[in-house]
Design a protein around this ligand. Structure first.
Ligand code: FPP
Ligand code: MG
Length: 320
């Protein structure tokens, strides 16, 4: 992934985080800094910046919007790690490990509220509407995931809807906002929205594969968290469709047990391997990457478009 053409803008985004974190309560900046300087990939800000530049917008508002979108994403991660009982994020102890769940949830609330405050300052009702809609759907997706915990009857379609809501809509909003800043036509705005949506779906599909295939070190998270939390993700859904009744029953017992030992995790991994659950999921992720890129076809062949295409390819090549 080559983001050199927006390097200066991405630096400006980092600087604005400091400003937006300032508060009379020092714990906010402490936790905010901990998670914001922990080596996030900055995919959402990069997409927003590239999309705005590709659509001819060269002003400062893109920096502000890119910071806002990362703030929203960071707020959701603080909440998500509490919900998922995750202890590590980006190779560091998760905020909830260091400061507890209460502080994590509340600082997440601060980042989320601050984001909307900054949007109101910017004053663009259309962008405010896009982000209000996206964050509502995102919360809905996360709640749907909670409801589906340990549910083996989840279908591929339901799972795809779920990841579209919890992950893809925010990435889609980032991409679309770039077009809005550039005052693009409705048709182009729609294309940018679709680009982000397919990138987001591919991103989450790969995330779900990495939860089975990566190492804790490369991923910077504890692998196997999905299974331990009872999340039935696509690699498992597709494998269970092909598995024998005995295998299905065995996986169900493991997921519903109180403690999942390493050998239980290994057993599930073997079943996924036997039925090519990872390959099938990655194949689908690649289809979405191609779809994402195809939506860029009507945009001018500029360096920003190439970078967005490269970013799409990176999504399925990454190991963290
Ligand atoms: C990560 O999924 C989680 C999300 C993409 C969405 C989280 C959303 C919320 C917690 C609710 C809304 C919160 C606000 C502030 C509006 P994952 O657990 O699969 O990814 P991971 O492996 O990186 O943890
Ligand atoms: Mg999580």
């Amino acid at each position: 992934m080559d983001l050199s053409i927006i390097e200066a803008d991405l630096k400006a985004v980092e600087i604005s985080f400091q400003e937006y974190l300032s508060s009379r309560v020092p714990l906010i900046a402490k936790i905010g800094k901990h998670i914001l300087t922990s080596g996030g990939k900055r995919i959402r800000p990069a997409i927003l910046l590239l999309s705005s530049r590709l659509n001819g917008y060269a002003g400062e508002r893109a920096i502000r919007m890119a910071s806002i979108i990362e703030f929203i994403h960071t707020a959701t991660l603080l909440h998500d790690d509490v919900v998922d009982n995750a202890d590590i994020r980006r190779g560091n102890p998760a905020a909830n490990t260091l400061w507890g769940s209460e502080a994590s949830v509340l600082v997440g609330d601060f980042l989320f509220s601050k984001s909307f405050h900054l949007m109101v300052d910017d004053g663009d009702l259309k962008i405010l509407g896009i982000l209000a809609e996206a964050t509502t759907e995102l919360a809905e997706g996360e709640i749907l995931e909670l409801v589906k915990t340990g549910d083996f009857s989840i279908t591929t379609q339901e799972y795809m809807d779920l990841i579209t809501s919890k992950t893809a809509v925010l990435i889609s909003a980032a991409s679309r906002i770039g077009a809005v800043l550039g005052k693009a036509t409705d048709e182009i705005e729609e294309a940018m929205k679709e680009y982000g949506l397919h990138i987001g779906i591919a991103f989450q599909l790969v995330d779900d594969c990495l939860d089975y295939t990566a190492t804790n070190e490369s991923l910077g998270k504890t692998i196997g968290t999905d299974l331990r939390e009872g999340k039935v993700t696509l690699p498992l859904i597709l494998s269970l469709e092909r598995a024998t009744n005995d295998e299905r029953k065995r996986v169900q017992d493991i997921v519903l047990s109180d403690e999942i030992a390493q050998r239980d995790f290994d057993e599930v991994q073997e079943i996924i391997q036997k039925y090519d659950g990872i390959e099938a999921t990655l194949g689908l992720a690649k289809d979405h990457v191609e779809k994402a890129k195809s939506h860029l076809k009507m945009l001018p062949m500029k360096a920003e478009r190439e970078a967005l295409e490269g970013l799409a390819d990176y999504i399925v090549q990454r190991d963290r």
